[in-house]
Design a binder for this molecule. Structure first.
Ligand SMILES: [Zn+2]
Ligand SMILES: [Zn+2]
Length: 375
């Protein structure tokens, strides 16, 4: 399993960072899940190693434009690909209206089959119940859309066993109904010990796949091989938590214990905590506090205010500024003030590391993280 961050900026795309989007390569298949689709996501996909036609499921965390404005354009581009299975699109109530309205008003048409699954807000989301009812009533009955309500355990159960994993959504606190997604991989079969087989004087053959699958095998010479002797114990599947924008994601804690990865937004630095909370966002300390409470094995930070530049971009810009100064260009003097304001994501990383000993990474655009299997 591999996470590829396509856009890691908050509010809007910029030359430095794309708007929110994150891809997950699912293990054991060529399928890719996309989480959020901010403006310009399709360009970021083209700049990455991903193939758009491999995206089979799209999860939208909330309906703010910086997580959604790239979706109609991406779907239209996807229409030029040959897709063998329907594209599933999950997100808050209102997602269907957004997709269908933008497609209709732009005279667009999708060549592939798709289904929209809308999550009905609950009392936690603070949405007027009458408004929810009216919105649902307005929904035309359609094969292309269905709705999911929250279970008694506080989770929205979205996927049972596709691609060898289950996916749940859980409400988290932002300014509008927003969800975090939990992906739980099924346990994986144990390792096949081919050396032990060879040491027993047995030549590997097609029977090995049956042995790997847990079946006993009788060889031509009458020997019976038990999988218990050649296949190790099953390995625990990975557990990923991908959060949307939030200033309080504590709802996720009981369901995210010992997760392998927690992806948490980090819009502002610790000195701007009040501003962050006012706008429904988080700081490094807020993210590490949640990571500690979940006992997450690794914390990946994304969704940075555009004022925090990536280190590599800052270096490039300094070269440009320096060369302009050397040329005595008019812009050189104007840019000197901006130099004082330059601040990079290193500040966010430093602050995060002050409050946790867990591995923490800043996910700039195209940052890729392979999630290891537990030992
Ligand atoms: Zn956002
Ligand atoms: Zn938002």
């Amino acid at each position: 399993m591999e996470l590829i961050f396509l856009g890691t900026g908050s509010n809007n795309p910029s030359p430095h960072r794309g708007a929110s989007s994150l891809a997950l390569r699912v293990s054991g298949t060529s399928n890719v899940y996309l989480f959020d689709c901010g403006e310009g996501t399709q360009i970021q996909i083209q700049r990455s190693s991903l193939r758009a036609s491999r995206i089979t499921k799209i999860f939208i965390t909330h309906l703010h434009g910086d997580h959604l404005f790239g979706l109609p354009g991406f779907l239209c581009t996807l229409s030029s690909s040959v897709l063998t299975s329907p594209v599933m699109i999950y997100g808050p109530l209102g997602l269907r209206e957004f997709i269908e309205t933008t497609l209709r008003l732009s005279y667009s048409w999708l060549s592939f089959k798709y289904e929209i699954v809308e999550l009905i807000p609950n009392a936690y989301d603070g949405v007027d119940e009458n408004l929810i009812k009216t919105t649902i009533d307005k929904q035309e009955k359609s094969e292309k859309c269905r709705t999911v309500t929250m279970n008694e355990d506080g989770r929205y159960h979205l996927i049972a066993n596709d691609d060898n994993c289950a996916v749940y959504a859980i409400s988290i606190k932002h300014r509008v109904p927003t969800y975090g997604y939990i992906i739980i991989e099924n346990d994986l079969p144990g390792k096949f010990d081919i050396q032990k087989l060879q040491q027993s004087g047995i030549k590997p053959g097609p029977f090995c796949s049956r042995l790997k699958a847990g079946e006993s095998v009788t060889l031509d010479d009458g020997r019976v091989l038990s999988p218990l002797d050649y296949v190790g114990p099953s390995r625990t599947g990975r557990r990923l938590v991908i959060l949307g924008d939030c200033c309080d994601a504590s709802n996720i804690i009981p369901h995210a214990q010992n997760c392998d990865v927690l992806v948490h937004e980090c819009t502002h630095d610790n000195t701007l905590r009040e501003k962050a909370i006012e706008f429904g966002h988080s700081t490094p300390l807020m993210a590490t506090t949640l990571a500690e409470k979940c006992n997450a094995k690794c914390l990946l930070l994304n969704h940075f205010s555009q004022r925090y530049k990536s280190k590599s971009i800052e270096n490039k810009e300094n070269v440009v500024k320096k060369s302009k100064k050397e040329q005595g260009g008019a812009e050189a003097g104007e840019n000197e003030d901006e130099d004082d304001d330059d601040v990079t994501v290193d500040l966010l990383l430093e602050q995060a590391k002050q409050s946790t000993t867990k591995p923490v990474f800043i996910a700039d655009d195209f940052f890729t993280y392979t999630i290891p299997l537990s030992k």
